[in-house]
Design a protein around this ligand. Sequence first.
Ligand code: SF4
Ligand code: SF4
Ligand code: SF4
Length: 297
Amino acid sequence: MKNSSRRDFLKLTGLGAASLMASTASASEGVKLGENDVGMFYDATKCVGCKACVAACKRVNDMDAVPAPNDEDRLWDAPGKLDYRTRNIIQLYKEDEETWSYVKHQCMHCVKPGCVSACPVTAMMKDERGIVYYDKDKCIGCRYCQIACPFVIPKFEWPKAFPKIVKCDLCKFTNLKEKGIPACCEVCPTEAVIFGKRSDLLAEAKRRMETEPEKYQEKIYGEHEIGGTNVIYLAPQKVNFAQLGFPELETHSYAAFSENIQHTIYKGFIAPVALYSLLTFVAIRNRKKNDGSEDEE
Ligand code: SF4
Ligand code: SF4
Ligand code: SF4
């Protein structure tokens, strides 16, 4: 959609909302863990913190640099957290010389993604391989996906005239398409992050835990959290997942809950039209209010 037509679309309320309902109901309907689901496996004990994965992610996905605070010449890209310029980040947790770990954060590609369920216009979608991706031309900037994500992953381009949501899409349209592997997995020198079928990655994680139980936490993060994620993790024995910034989550998906609400209100027809008109109006008003904001979340 061109920018002008996209702006026109943003002005729509009632009629637009009514037509959007049909696609809303199908955004993540029928999504289940399939044989073909792919994902990533990050083993924190193998990561050396080189950040080659961060640089490669930026390069192939054409992301802007984040200058370091004291870098007046803006020579260095030094992202410290996920934001609209950074889809992938390596951070360090350190208590002492013995108790420390690197950790990689990006979209978890949830089996039942809350972002997909919450998006009223199917701008956030999940493909047949389990990759959760985004269509900027459908997005109305409501940011419900941000609210619905339990991992606080989607970021919004606040400073841009036509902002979009930014998050990892497993290099679906870039490295994965061209080379069959996400850029971060391609460049990692220690294979701390690897790409493959989720079932194979889980089997490999279990094999490592069984082979060297003294090395790892007794848990594969993402195996069961919120119904499972296609990005899974092993952490070192001395550092737990909460310390690495992962929330403790139920094993059921919140997405199913929000879908139930959507489907319940969809049973009536007039009510959804009014509801989505209101939601669209509020989203547009909030977006205008926040234009130019320094908030980079
Ligand atoms: S981690 Fe967040 S953004 Fe990624 S698929 Fe899950 S809900 Fe969506
Ligand atoms: S899969 Fe691609 S987009 Fe996602 S973190 Fe890795 S390099 Fe970045
Ligand atoms: S490229 Fe590999 S070893 Fe280097 S920081 Fe990324 S995950 Fe860690």
